[in-house]
Ligand binder design. Sequence first.
Ligand SMILES: Cc1cc2nc3c(=O)[nH]c(=O)nc-3n(C[C@H](O)[C@H](O)[C@H](O)COP(=O)(O)OP(=O)(O)OC[C@H]3O[C@@H](n4cnc5c(N)ncnc54)[C@H](O)[C@@H]3O)c2cc1C
Length: 508
Amino acid sequence: MTARILIVGSGPTGATHARVLLEQLTDVSVLVVEAGPLVSRPAGTNVKNIPDPEEQAAARLASQGPSSESGVSGIPGGVVVEGTITARQGTHLIGRAADGSPGMPAAAGATCVGGQGVHWTCATPRPVGSERIPFLDAAEWEELVTEAEGLLHVHRPDFAGSPQATAILETVRAEFAPDGITVRPLPVAADPRPDGSLRWSGTDVVLDGVPDDERFTLRPETLCVRLVREGDRVVGAVLRDLRTGEEEEVRADAVVVAADALRTPQLLWASGIRPAALGRYLTEHPLLFGVVAVRPDLLPEREDPTAPVDPIRAIVSVGFDEERHPYHAQLMWNPVSPAPLPEGSRFRDNPAGYVGMGWGIRKWPRPEDRLTFEDDRPDEHGLPGIRIAYELTEREEAEFARARVHQARAAAALGEFLDGMPKVMPAGSSLHYMGTVRMGPADDGTSVCDPLSRVWGVPGLVLAGNGLIPTANSCNPTLTSVALAIRAARALAADLADVPAVAGAASE
Ligand SMILES: Cc1cc2nc3c(=O)[nH]c(=O)nc-3n(C[C@H](O)[C@H](O)[C@H](O)COP(=O)(O)OP(=O)(O)OC[C@H]3O[C@@H](n4cnc5c(N)ncnc54)[C@H](O)[C@@H]3O)c2cc1C
């Protein structure tokens, strides 16, 4: 019997499920459906690898959802630098504020083959201490994260060939060394090329190794409209071809929903799967961002001042430390200011360039920070409209106050903040949304999934993505979510190896 699996969403976590399931099961058919179009080749290639700037811009625009051309939800390309305030090109706004709440004005996602994984900055620090999921075995977790690093091609740069980044690293390291705070090059998901540049990982590297045969199908521009149930069990889904508008029902032995932390709960809601914790406990990484004009004496001269610089190639990381520095920071040198400078600003054309610095803090999960869904005010696809209630509390404000002190020290060591800096970025700017389908150790109403990412009480339904992460943390989430997807896919493969196929699912 061939086991048939449907995966909704082609980002890094959906791709991880596909890869692991195809590796673990020989008699399997995996269909991945993706609402967005193919924007890069091979499928899922990070758009930063597209050499032609116009083609790169077109790939970003094509990922900005159905309203991008009208400018309703698509965000035009800006001047922000990826990784520090997380560039918005390639994404589109999702949801609106709930009544009486400031909401998350910058909440966004990408709609394309590879999901946000073709636009991400590729920062992949490991979660440490309380950032880890406490009910998962520590030794198993280490093994899973190592596997996830392998899947994403995580690389630990040494900053060779980046004397400016090296000088910044050493300056900030000297500032924080007396406090015992670790400052180091940030690991990134990328492969070094012989010329020293990096080839950025997208979902192409996750899917690399998936055999190009009839066991695997990727269907772009196909929206999952709802999941189909028989009794409690999910047995398939209704899919809409967005090019023709035609709908069909597909049967499956298991459905994996990996449709991001905003749209995964939306699809469950649309399917009548509405556990108490669905959409609640929404967290992200509130962000304190600033740009520093670097002191003239600090950096070595550039050999060729006209040579282009890729700021993401050498990111300085100030790591999370429970006691001393309970947040993550990323610093990037750029000869060009990543923030617009007004005419006449004394910081214009600063000879030593600029450092963009983002301090991302924790948001503690609360049930009242949540998504709600409006059946009577649907989104552009007719799925329930997403409303967001989200607020920072005194706890996060206190953390911001503390982070400001650390950030100010780094800024003073490097130079001087531009006017008006630093600033707290609008909620949602991190693009790291978590908790909305969180996993938990018990079915007690505070979680949606069990520790193997299976929705409590709904056999046949497995979730993936950042929405599963239940902790307050400040590290970039993709590595964690890919590790969780490996764990869940292995368990699903083991289940499917034992369980007879759903009636009506393809069997050969
Ligand atoms: C500019 C940018 C920079 C980032 N930088 C980092 C970083 O440095 N480090 C880090 O860890 N993370 C970063 N992120 C976040 C990272 O990209 C995400 O954590 C990661 O992509 C999540 O993977 P995913 O598979 O869960 O979801 P996604 O990659 O979001 O993919 C979900 C897919 O599901 C599809 N989908 C949704 N609903 C449906 C439906 N009903 N039917 C069919 N398809 C559907 C969507 O179109 C989308 O393609 C960044 C994101 C952006 C945009």
